[in-house]
Design a protein around this ligand. Sequence first.
Ligand code: NAD
Ligand code: UD1
Length: 294
Amino acid sequence: MAKQILLTGGAGYIGSNTALELLNAGYEVVIVDNFCNSDEKLDERLAGIPVYKADVTKYGELAEVFGKYDFHAVIHFAALKAVGVSVREPLEYYANNVGGLLTTLRLMQAHGVNRIVYSSSATVYDPAGPLPYTETSPVGNANSPYGQTKVICEQIIRDYTASNPGFTAHLLRYFNPIKGAVKEKPRGVPNNLYPYIQQVHEGLREKLTVNGNDYPTRDGTCVRDYIDCTKIAQSHIAPLEAETPGLYIKNIGTGNGTTVLELIRQYEQENNCVIPYEIGPRRAGDIPECYCAG
Ligand code: NAD
Ligand code: UD1
C-alpha cells in the first residue's frame, strides 16, 4: 500500500508543487488547508487528492483528518509568510505559525506519527553571519516576526525530537523559490520579486520597481539564491525515507547568488520579452546578500 503523507498548507505554492512530485513518486497525498492564501480549486493535475478545509491551529478540525488516515509523515507547509504584514500583526503570525505547528505535533504524538518535514527558511540565519550560509551558520536575530516564527518552530521541533527517540524531523531551509510546475498565484500585489516580474510580463502591472541599487554588490542590487520550485518540491522525497531517527537540517538553495537586475535579464531572455522597471528606494529589512554554500 502506498504511504500516506499529510501536507498541511498543501494547496499553496510550494505545497502544490510538492504534491505533484509525491504523486509521481507513488505516495498517497492528503491535503489540509484553510485557503487563507490559496484557491480551493487546486491545479487540475492534483485532481483526486483528498483535500480538507481545516485550520491547523484548531485541534478538533485537524483531529478529524488524523482520524481518517494512517499517516507515514507530515510535511508542514501551513504558515503565513508576508514579512511586512508580520511586522504590523505579530500576534497573528505567532498564533498561526507557532500555534499551527504545536497543534500538528500534538496530533502526530496522539496518533503515533513519527516523521515531520518542516518548511523552514533562509531567514533563520543571523543576517550578521558570514556568507555563504551553511547549516551550521549562526541562527537567530531574524529581522521580522515572520522570520522569528521560523526560528521558534525549529526550536520546538528540535526539543520534541530530543524528547522522542523514535522521531525523525527534517528542517528544510528554503532559499528563494521561483518557477515550478504549478505557478505561484499570490493574492493582491506580490511582495516577492519573481511573481511581480511574471505579473509585469502578463500585463497585470505596468512596471517593476527595483528596491535600491546602492547595495555593496556587483551591480548595486540585492543578491539572492533563486531555486526552481520543482527542485524544492523534490527535496521533500528523501526525508520521507531516511532511516535513522533524529534531527536533520538542510539548506535548499543552489549556492549561486543572483542580483535583482540579473534575474530580470534572465527572465527576459528565457521568455523573449522586455520587463520595464525603475529604480526605487531600498525596502526596509532587506539584507544585501543571501545565498547558501550549495
Ligand atoms: P503559500 O502561502 O502559497 O502556502 C501556504 C499555505 O498554507 C496556503 O495555502 C495557506 O492557505 C495555508 N495556511 C496558512 N495558515 C494555515 C492554517 N492555519 N491552517 C491551514 N492552512 C493554512 O506559501 P508557500 O510559498 O507555498 O510557503 C510554504 C511554506 O514554506 C511556508 O511555511 C513558508 O513560510 C515556507 N517558506 C516559503 C518561502 C517562499 O519564498 N515561498 C521561503 C522560505 C520558506
Ligand atoms: C522574502 C523575505 C523572506 C521570505 C521570502 C519568501 C524579506 C526581507 N524577506 O525574501 O523572509 O522567506 O521573501 O516569502 O521580506 N524586490 C524588488 N522589487 C520587488 C520585489 C522584490 O526589487 O517588487 C527585491 C527585494 O528588495 C530583494 C529581492 O528582490 O532584494 C528578492 O525579494 P523577495 O522575492 O521578496 O525575497 P526576499 O526578500 O529574499
